[in-house]
Design a protein. Sequence first.
Length: 287
Amino acid sequence: MYDLLIAPFAEFPFMKRALVGGLAISLGAAPIGVFLMLRRMSLIGDAMAHAILPGAALGFLIGGLSLGMMTLGGLAAGLGVALAAGLVSRVTLVKEDMALAAFYLVSLALGVTLVSANRSNIDVLALLFGSILGLDDATLLLIVSIASVTLAALAIGYRGLVIECLDPGFAAGIHRLGPLFHLGFLVLVVLNLVAGFHALGTLLVVGIMMLPAGTARLWSENVTTMIAIAVPVAMAANLAGLLISYHAGLASGPAIILVAGAVYALSLLVAPHGFGRRLLPQRHLQG
């Protein structure tokens, strides 16, 4: 049992850093995923994740493999796309989801083009699928800091976020800060996408946000309970994914997301709000 569960993290520092990074990402990203789901913005989160790539690529072209430049570039690109899509949806007939889809497709193509045109040693696959086993101390500190900021912000603005998610019209009617809550929430989304990008890449980072959130929704209708379920599910997926990747020799990022997907699929079958329960014979009232 020691060799199976503990030895990989006790004997290899890179596994230990990967676990700490994955747990920190889970703490910040899973609650954000719950709010994205409640806002029906799950696919919008995916679009914003892809939008990070050109900013990170541009940061690399300017500063090389600089954590600061790539992080600032990703933040600028993600926030820029989110704000641009919101502006387009307000001044044209194009809906926000279509505007985001257009921006993220162009952003993804632009990012890959920038990296490939430079003909550098940077691994495009690492940008797209991440390299959680390659986390260094500086990147780990960044991830932990973003998770801490996210938790603090959610604790302060929790009530306003819940009201704005469940009934935006009511929130706007009772509070003038509704737009600020929305903007602040988008900033938290981009921050966590950037943190996850360093570990899981632009194609997989949304998985650790949305799959645990979707799993939690199948087990509960209460927002606080959903967050309390989503965070441990994300943490367990990181732990199990890293162990599977270590023992089976598989890529770590995809293994983590596959574990989260397996938990979601199982929940679809057995959770109170899954379709599996609906297939069972139902008890009828007896007179």
